[in-house]
Design a protein around this ligand. Structure first.
Ligand code: FE2
Length: 357
């Protein structure tokens, strides 16, 4: 059984609003989806068959793919201009590195919401990942826009894997004008890359792939939870901007790769704090699918222990969410500890299949 397709909240959180007078997204005029020339699997990245099964899709990454038509690109740029008053800067709270972002894109722009969630894009991405996907259930992770230039200094974001299943990074700057600033990924298992980095070494150059040299309107598509990636520091004063959209797997067989981000004071300038509510919705969405698969499977199990294990597995995401909600906002250090534990859980938890417990 697949989880529901309509995973995002239907109403905006209090105090959020869409920008006014923005152009209406039209998939016919604004999209120019082109199939990727190259698709790399998790096996190509060195994941074993057993490890790959812990992820929702067998696919790791694609070569850059065209997403927007010329008109779509011009229209998206118009939307970005309208959104400028909503750009926030990380200059206090949990993060003070001066990064500039727009968070909660789905709550701020109908155009961005409709672009990331339209049927054509969802089908396109589901075909690439060979599994049904949906727009992210937790909009604090679902659509964010990153701006950068050299004045901010340093790397935009260092090596990490995402806390969402699937990631689409849409280039909105002209890559020929910037020095650095390109998205890179490590063509190897995420744990292997992290182990190398943890010893203070650089990742081997022959396994670092630089993407996003594609023109504006193209995107890099990765299974962000499985692919270690980073953005090179921008070296000149050129404009860099990417729209980062995230997706979840509707097939809930593999352990959940999505984690809420309850780091205290992380999101600057938001009118209220929707993170906890979104985490609760996500857990409920997962459990609904898992409990539904028990209801609908028609498998008879006599063993009480097996039934207990199965029900426990079906509501495990809910229990973990309850524990997280009880803990409330955490600091970076606690988050990092939890992330490592969650990574471990994702790679070792049994798959959820009716009758398999
Ligand atoms: Fe990322």
């Amino acid at each position: 059984m697949l989880a529901d397709q309509n995973s995002a909240p239907e109403t905006l959180p209090p105090a959020f609003s869409f920008i006014e007078n923005e152009p209406v997204f039209d998939p016919v005029r604004h999209l120019a989806l082109e199939a990727p020339q190259q698709i790399l699997t998790l096996e190509d990245f060195g994941y074993s068959t057993k490890e790959a099964a812990q992820f929702a899709s067998p696919i790791a990454a694609t070569s850059p793919v065209r997403m927007l038509s010329d008109e779509g690109l011009a229209t998206a740029q118009e939307v970005l201009k309208l959104l400028q008053p909503r750009v926030v800067t990380h200059d206090n709270g949990a993060s003070t590195d001066g990064r500039r972002n727009i968070y909660y894109g789905q709550y701020q722009s109908r155009f961005l919401r409709d672009l990331m969630s339209c049927t054509e894009v969802i089908q396109f991405l589901s075909d690439i990942f060979q599994t049904p996907i949906a727009p992210h259930t937790m909009p604090h992770l679902g659509c964010q826009i990153n701006f950068a230039n050299a004045k901010q200094g340093g790397s935009i974001i260092g090596w990490h894997h995402d806390i969402v299943g699937f990631t689409v990074v849409l280039t909105m700057h002209d890559p020929s004008t910037i020095e650095g600033g390109h998205l890179m990924y490590y063509k190897g298992p995420r744990d292997e890359g992290e182990r190398i980095l943890n010893t203070g070494q650089e990742l081997p150059e022959d396994k670092v792939v630089v993407s996003n040299r594609a023109p504006m309107g193209y995107c890099t598509i990765i299974q962000g939870s499985a692919v270690l990636h980073a953005v090179q520091p921008v070296q000149n004063d050129a404009f860099r901007c990417s729209i980062v959209n995230a997706y979840v797997s509707r097939d809930v067989t593999a352990p959940d790769a999505n984690r809420g981000y309850p780091v205290q004071d992380y999101f600057p300038g938001v009118p209220m704090y929707p993170v906890y509510n979104e985490m609760a919705r996500h857990a409920a969405w997962l459990a609904k699918a898992k409990l539904g698969s028990i209801l609908e499977s028609g498998v008879w199990i006599e063993d009480r222990g097996k039934l207990v294990a199965e029900l426990s597995a079906a509501v495990d995401d809910v229990q973990r969410c309850i524990d997280q909600l009880k803990a409330g906002g955490i600091d970076d250090e606690a988050y990092e500890e939890g992330r490592i534990a969650e990574d471990e859980r994702q790679m070792t938890a049994p798959l959820f299949e009716r009758g398999s417990q």
